[in-house]
Ligand binder design. Structure first.
Ligand code: SF4
Length: 201
């Protein structure tokens, strides 16, 4: 009598137990968004561009996406770039592509790269939303400017026009040396057009 309890079958393929690399594109916030058009606004439609950028800024693959766009579009002109990618508009990506001809300004002059205060100013002049690196550079610059102003304010000694202004800012009555220094500076301004004291020749 046969004692076979199980029927043995043969498979031509081993079970697939290997992990597969996941395409980062499938992890992007835009891959599951109900409306793809958000990432392809008209050039004049700033509100839609801003909405797409807001979604990008919380995307888990933002940096991969930005790098892929930079690699694919390197050397392309402004007009050859489409849509919001990695949280950047076509113009912002074009400006950031500072290693190409397209990243140069008029007369072949190289533009300040993104991540600098000069590039932040350029974004603003162009009516664009500054990118994150530029915004950070601008904030750092503001902190530095305020610290320098505080330092100048603290350093203004009595008997100088700076000291007089410090009294005024603090809502105090200016002391005599400061009033005198301010009056002298006013007189120089009227006579010479500058408050700076010129040394005798
Ligand atoms: S960064 Fe923006 S465009 Fe890139 S994958 Fe994420 S949501 Fe999509």
């Amino acid at each position: 009598m046969s004692t076979t309890l199980f029927k043995v079958t043969r498979s031509h393929t081993a079970p697939d137990t290997l992990g597969r690399a996941v395409d980062w594109r499938t992890l992007g916030n835009c891959s599951t968004a109900p409306n793809d058009d958000l990432w392809f606004p008209e050039a004049t439609d700033k509100a839609t561009a801003r909405a797409a950028i807001t979604v990008c800024l919380s995307c888990p693959v933002l940096l991969l996406c930005r790098q892929a766009a930079a690699d694919e579009e390197r050397g392309d002109g402004k007009q050859s770039r489409y849509g919001i990618r990695g949280g950047l508009t076509p113009v912002q990506r074009w400006v950031a592509d500072s290693h190409t001809q397209a990243g140069k300004g008029k007369g072949g002059r190289r533009l300040a790269p993104c991540g600098t205060n000069a590039a932040y100013d350029r974004h603003v002049r162009s009516g664009e939303q500054p990118c994150d690196p530029c915004r950070r550079a601008h904030n750092e610059r503001n902190v530095q400017v305020r610290a320098e102003a505080r330092h100048r304010q603290a350093a203004a000694a009595c008997g100088t026009r700076g000291g007089y202004q410090k009294h005024r800012r603090n809502g105090e009555a200016a002391c005599t040396p400061c009033r005198q220094a301010n009056a002298d500076a006013d007189r120089r301004l009227r006579n010479t057009g500058t408050t700076t004291e010129r040394s005798a020749a």
